[in-house]
Ligand binder design. Structure first.
Ligand SMILES: NC(=O)c1ccc[n+]([C@@H]2O[C@H](COP(=O)([O-])OP(=O)(O)OC[C@H]3O[C@@H](n4cnc5c(N)ncnc54)[C@H](OP(=O)(O)O)[C@@H]3O)[C@@H](O)[C@H]2O)c1
Length: 302
């Protein structure tokens, strides 16, 4: 399957979508198409199939999502789901649109690569979550992303769903950039130390996805859910400390508990994903998150 592929990337201006755009030149044998919200509004689900029909991609990499975890709790743009008033965009982007994309893929023999989240878990475990652990999301974003997974699987499409956590990178807004900005503005940081998972460099993720497409011509045989995070575990505090260290900012970073920053969305206290099944299936050796962070900070400079 891997020669002469036409690959469509949605959410092309987002953090992860931009990484695929950045890496596309490494795969001149493939035709990449990048679609933004302006060209295809995925919240208007009736327009999705006609658009996909016109493009006829062999692989769709769906990087589009509603990722504002806090705003997903808001009822600003309300709709009703299971008799509850919810944020419409969260559910449209994270559940309804993935289903429509997957249905098109199932009908047209195309492969869907989709991204979900560690927030499908409640965080009550104390060892890394595997793909067979029970899901139990504790915020609206996690609920919508989990429904999205189920909708995709339900269509029977040849879909690979990577659950990822704490994405950061050189593009878009993310925790790393926020910490650098706050450090420069305030000269000190207070960061939550009671939420633990794995920071994941989005360029490494995108690079691994493209390498998987290249190395597995029978990608359809690998359909299913996979956990992808880089090696090692960190709290937001650990992550912030390393960001300061690797960017040579000598400022105090204090650990605080989540109560210090009340949020509408409850986050799991522990959501480290076990990536060993992904490593075995796809022959990957995922690097340590600290090494990826050093690389990202180098990439930021260039
Ligand atoms: N970021 C994380 O820490 C994290 C953690 C776990 C899982 N994930 C998952 O990883 C994937 C990639 O996340 P990311 O960090 O790259 O997210 P992101 O930077 O927020 O990008 C999301 C993209 O979706 C697009 N989008 C939003 N609404 C749309 C609409 N109505 N129609 C079409 N496109 C729309 C956005 O368009 P605009 O550019 O126009 O806004 C943006 O390009 C997502 O599935 C996310 O749920 C992310």
């Amino acid at each position: 399957m891997s020669k002469g592929l036409r690959i469509l990337v949605t959410g092309a201006n987002g953090q992860l979508g931009s990484e695929f755009r950045f890496l596309q030149d490494q795969y001149p044998q493939w035709e990449f198409l990048f679609v933004t919200r302006e060209e295809l509004d995925l919240s208007k689900t009736s327009g999705i199939s006609p658009y996909l029909q016109s493009v006829q991609a062999d692989i769709i990499i769906n990087c589009a999502a509603y990722t504002n975890v806090e705003a997903a709790e808001d009822h600003g743009a309300d709709t009703e789901q299971n008799n509850k008033i919810v944020n419409a965009q969260n559910w449209l982007l994270n559940a309804n649109a993935p289903r429509v994309i997957a249905e098109w893929c199932a009908d047209n023999n195309s492969v869907l690569i989709h991204f979900s989240t560690d927030y499908v878990f409640d965080g009550k475990k104390s060892t890394p979550y595997t793909e067979i652990d029970s899901t139990h999301p504790i915020n609206q974003y996690g609920c919508a992303k989990l429904l999205g997974e189920n909708e995709i699987l339900d269509t029977g499409a040849d879909a690979i769903v990577f659950r990822v956590s704490w994405l950061y990178g050189t593009f878009g807004n993310n925790f790393m950039k926020t910490m650098i900005r706050l450090a420069d503005a305030n000269g000190k940081l207070s960061v939550v130390s009671d939420q633990v998972a794995s920071p994941t460099y989005s360029r490494q993720l995108a690079s691994d996805v493209l390498s998987i497409i290249q190395r597995f011509p029978n990608l359809k045989e690998k359909k299913g859910i996979y956990h992808y995070t880089q090696y090692g575990t960190a709290s937001w505090f650990d992550f912030a400390r390393r960001i300061m260290e690797y960017t040579h900012r000598n400022i105090p970073v204090s650990p605080v508990t989540s109560d210090a920053f009340p949020t509408k969305a409850v986050r799991p206290v522990y959501s480290k994903l076990d990536s060993s099944y992904t490593e075995q299936t796809f022959g990957l050796k995922l690097p340590h998150w600290e090494d990826c962070l050093k690389e990202c900070i180098n990439d930021l400079k260039s």
